[in-house]
Design a protein around this ligand. Sequence first.
Ligand code: MN
Length: 248
Amino acid sequence: MERRKFLLSLGVVSVAAGMEPFSKTLNTITNKLSPAGAGNLNRRNKMGKFELPQLPYSYDALEPYIDKQTMELHHSKHHNAYVTNLNNAVAGTDAEGKSLEEIIKNISKYPMAVRNNGGGVYNHNLFWQLMKPNGGGTPAGELGGAINSTFGSFDEFKKLFSTAAATRFGSGWAWLIVQNGKLIITSTQNQDSPEMDIADQKGTPILTLDVWEHAYYLKYQNRRPEYIENWWNVINWDEVARRFKEAK
Ligand code: MN
């Protein structure tokens, strides 16, 4: 706890001073020392407001597969706007004191602004954790075995997941979820999550891909399948495997 406070206070200093190299170092330190903190989907600040989590890597870390400008806009503008709008949407309601996870799981009780922006915050918090520089490859161990036995092979899984992502009409997300111990590929519209009580396919997400145009349009324009193909090179399989163990 003291360590997290210390790192948070460093974060404030580096942002205020606009020190890019130092903030990169900080990201590395935070990631190494506090993976649980970095993966906290319910992040709130001392005022009880939801806050934008730092990326666990720099904006250019996923080049050339996901470009720096897209990452910067996606995180500092799009994700940040969901945080701001969620804080506005829950202000003065009974959702104000609840964790984001609790809100998501009971989303049918809340107005559409909470569903859209709460999902927007929750999904992006997760998405960043599931990528890393020098990622990709194929998962080994229990997860690799479960993928092979469920889908036949990793290549078959990759094909099915990519198709789900490519064919999601309009804006949305593709998912690999654990439902009653089983792996399932699904997709959702807008900012909906398989953890929402309104989802057709409910389960615990262990891998997800943002297929909103803002996630790829600067680099790939209308070529969503090319973005999807490149994204396989930055998947953080260690984090997917960790979530799989927790979920099954
Ligand atoms: Mn997005």
